[in-house]
Design a protein around this ligand. Structure first.
Ligand code: AMP
Ligand code: GLY
Length: 436
C-alpha cells in the first residue's frame, strides 16, 4: 500500500498593504488569514494594523520609499488601498522594480482620477450614465446653465477631491454657485481646472465591486454605503458612515444587467484603448426608474464597503489578488461567501466631517472585541504611549456578521456602544434602507 502525505501549503509570502484607513485594516486582516501569507506589513498603517500586522513608517504617497522597502523585504504581493497613490502610478513603479502589485496602472486609474476621462469611456462603451457637459470656463458653464430649463444639477470637479468634488445642486442658482466655487474660487485647486455638469438622477445607490485582470471579471458581493453624516441621510457628505453587505436592492437580474451593460463594456473599452484595467473596479450605481446608471467609477475598494464585504469572504484573498496581479484570474475558483449578512458602523470624531481634535484616548476596545463575529477595524487611530487615541475623522469601523441583517445590526451596535471616547459618535440607522 502507499502512504500519501499531503503537502503543507507553503507559508512564505510577505504582503504589503499601502494606506492607513479602515479599508486597509480589513485588507490586512483578511490577507493575514491566507495560508500562503507569512507576514503582513502596512504603510503607514494605524493602531489596529499594528496589532494584526507590522506597521512601516512610510507615507502612502512616498512611492520611491515604498518600492525600496518592498524590494528590500522581498514582498511577494503589494495591495494598494487609496486612490491617490494609484492615480500617481504606484503600481507601474512596483512592476518596474519587479514587485507584484494589485491595482490599476496610472493610465487605467484615470477612470477615477478624471471624471471627464471616465465619462468619455462610458460614452464610448455605451454604459448607462447621467448626460453631461464639460466646461473649463465659468462664463461658458453659466451661459449654458442659463439656457437650460430650471432643474437640479450635479456639478463635479474633474480631478481627485477627496470625495468632496461632486456638488448636488437643487436648482440653477446653486449650480452657478458650484461652478464659481470650482472654476473661479478654485476650491479644489488644479482638480477643478475643468468640471462637468450632469443631469441629476434619482434613486437608491449601491456599490458594485469587481476584481478584474483585464480579461476576467469576478464580481464581489454587493454593498451599500451611507455617505451623509447623520441619520436619515441628513447633514453633510462624509467619506462614508457605514455600510452593509449584501444590498438586497441589487437582485440577481439587476446584477446580470450591470455585468452586461456596465462592467463588460468598460473592461472591453479599456482594453481597446490599450489601458487594460486590473484591480478593483468600483461602480457607484444609481437604480433609477429607467434602470441602473453609473454615477462614478473608483479604482479601489470602497471604504467602508470593504469592511463588511471582506468580513463575508471565505476564499483566500491573497491568492486571488496575486492571481489578478499575475493576469491569471481565470484560474481562480468561484469565490466562497459566508451566507450571513454583515454590517459596518463607522465611529467618528467630534466635529467630523468638519475639523476635529485628535489625541483623545479610546476606551472599551477590548470589551468590544470579545463579542463573537465582531471585528473592530481601525481607521483614524494611533498608539501613543501604549494607548489608542483618535487620529482622524473616521476612527473605527465596528463590523459584525449575523444570521440576518437585524442580528448583524444589533451585534455591531452592541459592540459600538461599549467603545467610548470624548465626542465619539456614529449614525444609528446603518442598514435600515435594506428593509425599505
Ligand atoms: P461621485 O463623487 O460622482 O460618486 O458623487 C458622490 C455622490 O453624489 C454620489 O454618491 C451620489 O449620491 C451623488 N451624485 C453623483 N452624481 C449624481 C447624479 N448624476 N445624480 C444624482 N446624484 C449624484
Ligand atoms: N465609500 C465610498 C468610497 O470609498 O469612495
Amino acid at each position: 500500500f502507499s502512504i500519501h502525505v499531503q503537502q503543507k501549503t507553503a507559508r512564505n509570502m510577505k504582503v504589503l498593504v499601502v494606506g492607513q484607513g479602515g479599508r486597509e485594516h480589513a485588507l490586512l486582516w483578511k490577507l493575514k488569514q491566507s495560508p500562503s501569507v507569512d507576514e503582513v506589513f502596512c504603510a503607514p498603517g494605524n493602531a489596529g494594523t499594528a496589532v494584526d500586522g507590522v506597521n512601516v513608517d512610510i507615507a502612502d504617497n512616498d512611492i520611491q520609499g515604498l518600492v525600496k522597502f518592498a524590494v528590500k523585504e522581498e514582498i511577494g504581493l503589494v495591495v494598494v488601498g487609496p486612490e491617490v497613490p494609484l492615480c500617481a502610478g504606484i503600481v507601474d513603479a512596483f512592476e518596474k522594480a519587479g514587485v507584484k502589485a494589485f491595482g490599476p496602472s496610472k493610465a487605467a486609474a484615470q477612470l477615477e482620477a478624471s471624471k471627464i476621462f471616465s465619462k468619455q469611456v462610458m460614452r464610448r462603451a455605451n454604459v448607462p450614465t447621467a448626460s453631461m457637459e464639460i466646461f473649463s470656463r465659468a462664463e461658458e458653464a453659466i451661459g449654458w446653465l442659463d439656457k437650460q430649463e430650471e432643474s437640479p444639477w450635479v456639478v463635479k470637479a474633474d480631478g481627485l477631491a477627496a470625495g468632496k468634488g461632486a456638488i448636488v445642486c437643487a436648482n440653477r442658482d446653486e449650480a452657478i454657485a458650484a461652478v464659481k466655487l470650482i472654476l473661479t474660487q478654485r476650491a479644489f485647486g488644479a482638480a477643478g481646472d475643468q468640471l462637468i455638469i450632469e443631469e441629476c438622477l434619482v434613486g437608491q445607490e449601491a456599490s458594485i465591486l469587481a476584481i478584474i485582470d483585464g480579461s476576467t471579471i469576478i464580481p464581489l458581493e454587493t454593498s451599500q454605503d451611507h455617505k451623509r453624516a447623520y441619520d436619515n441621510d441628513e447633514g453633510p457628505n462624509t467619506g462614508g458612515m457605514g455600510a452593509y453587505c449584501p444590498a438586497p436592492l441589487v437582485t440577481p437580474e439587476l446584477m446580470d444587467e450591470i455585468l452586461e451593460k456596465v462592467l463588460l463594456p468598460t473592461v472591453h473599452a479599456m482594453n481597446t484603448a490599450d489601458m487594460p484595467f486590473r484591480g478593483i473596479l468600483y461602480a457607484g450605481i444609481m437604480f433609477t426608474e429607467t434602470g441602473p446608471k453609473v454615477l462614478e467609477y473608483n479604482v479601489r475598494f470602497g471604504d467602508p464597503e470593504c469592511q463588511p464585504v471582506l468580513m463575508r469572504l471565505k476564499s483566500d484573498l491573497a491568492q486571488i489578488l496575486l492571481a489578478a496581479a499575475e493576469h491569471r484570474l481565470e484560474e481562480v475558483e468561484p469565490l466562497e461567501w459566508d451566507p450571513r449578512p454583515s454590517i459596518c458602523v463607522v465611529m467618528a470624531s467630534e466635529g467630523y466631517p468638519a475639523s476635529y481634535e485628535k489625541g483623545r484616548p479610546i476606551a472599551g476596545l477590548d470589551a468590544a472585541a470579545e463579542a463573537e463575529d465582531v471585528k473592530v477595524f481601525h481607521a483614524g487611530t494611533k498608539l501613543i504611549n501604549g494607548k489608542v487615541v483618535n487620529n482622524g475623522g473616521r476612527v473605527l469601523g465596528v463590523t459584525a456578521l449575523g444570521d440576518d441583517l437585524a442580528a448583524a445590526k444589533s451585534k455591531a451596535y452592541e459592540a459600538a456602544n461599549k467603545i467610548k471616547w470624548e465626542g465619539g459618535w456614529f449614525r444609528n440607522d446603518i442598514s435600515n434602507k435594506a428593509s425599505k
